[in-house]
Design a protein around this ligand. Structure first.
Ligand code: OAD
Length: 245
């Protein structure tokens, strides 16, 4: 492992521009469950019942209960050593660093990362289906208040996250694609690499000649694009890697 870490550190040292893609695995050590795998949320719950616009229109209370439940877990969570290591990495590369995350838990921002692209939105934001306003809300609601109404027009609000079948925010997606296509080192951390378009980003980086490093406790859908695979918890490996710079 030391040799692999050393090689990755050398590649990072050579690089001018860095792009990082994170998934649920990076927040596992903060106590937030992942979606897939043995104890994953999608083993116990159905995404089509809980994470689609159809599901929300059919049963808004159930979908809000689900997001409220996750909000509660995320609100108690603190960034872990992997989130903090990425803050140090950003300081090293300054404006040549882009952090693309599929996570909606805000832990990268909470840790202090600045150039963060939240591909799938943010669990602490509501969006009104009536007036379209997006606003911060980290309230954990009582069951009787679900779903809450818009603060501005009393319309029905939804969580400002991307559900299955929905398009990602165009500007955020374009910025993420550009960062993937123009970096010379790409890190894919704690993602199963099965949800598009995020899953295509390591391939784009690889095809454009970037050195792709994967950090994961297991092989994933994107491991074939990794020039180096660092097998293990991100909370252990990332701090070691960053300390070598
Ligand atoms: P997944 O739950 O699919 O995958 C989590 C990945 O993290 C797996 O590959 C694990 O092996 C790995 N992992 C677990 N613990 C780890 C650790 N301590 N260190 C490093 N890796 C670890 O999560 P995502 O790939 O993020 O989308 O899922 C992508 C999207 O699918 C999510 O954003 C969400 C979900 O449905 C929406 O809700 C739209």
């Amino acid at each position: 492992m030391n040799e692999k870490l050393f090689k990755c550190a050398q590649e990072l040292k050579k690089a001018q521009k860095i792009a990082v893609l994170t998934g649920a695995g990076i927040s596992k050590a903060s106590g937030i469950p992942t979606f897939r795998g043995k104890d994953g949320l999608w083993k116990r719950y159905s995404p089509t019942e809980l994470a689609t616009l159809d599901a929300f229109m059919r049963n808004p209370k159930l979908v809000w209960e689900w997001y409220n439940y996750r909000r509660k877990i995320v609100k108690q969570a603190k960034p872990n050593a992997a989130h903090h290591a990425l803050v140090t990495l950003e300081k090293h590369f300054k404006s040549n660093f882009t952090l693309i995350t599929q996570n909606v838990d805000s832990l990268h921002r909470q840790a202090g990362s600045e150039n963060v692209l939240e591909l799938h939105g943010n669990i602490f934001e509501n969006r009104c289906l009536n007036c379209g306003k997006v606003y911060y809300d980290d309230t954990v609601y009582e069951d009787t208040q679900l779903p809450p109404s818009c603060r501005f027009c009393s319309g029905r609000v939804r969580p400002n996250v991307v559900w299955f079948g929905e398009n990602l925010n165009r500007e955020i997606l374009d910025a993420a694609m550009k960062a993937s296509a123009t970096c010379d080192c790409f890190l894919a951390i704690g993602t199963s690499g099965v949800v598009q378009p995020a899953a295509s980003m390591p391939k784009i980086a690889h095809d454009r000649g970037a050195f792709v490093i994967e950090i994961n406790i297991d092989y994933s859908g994107i491991s074939i694009y990794a020039d180096e695979m660092l097998l293990g918890g991100a909370e252990e490996i990332l701090p070691q890697l960053v300390a070598m710079l």
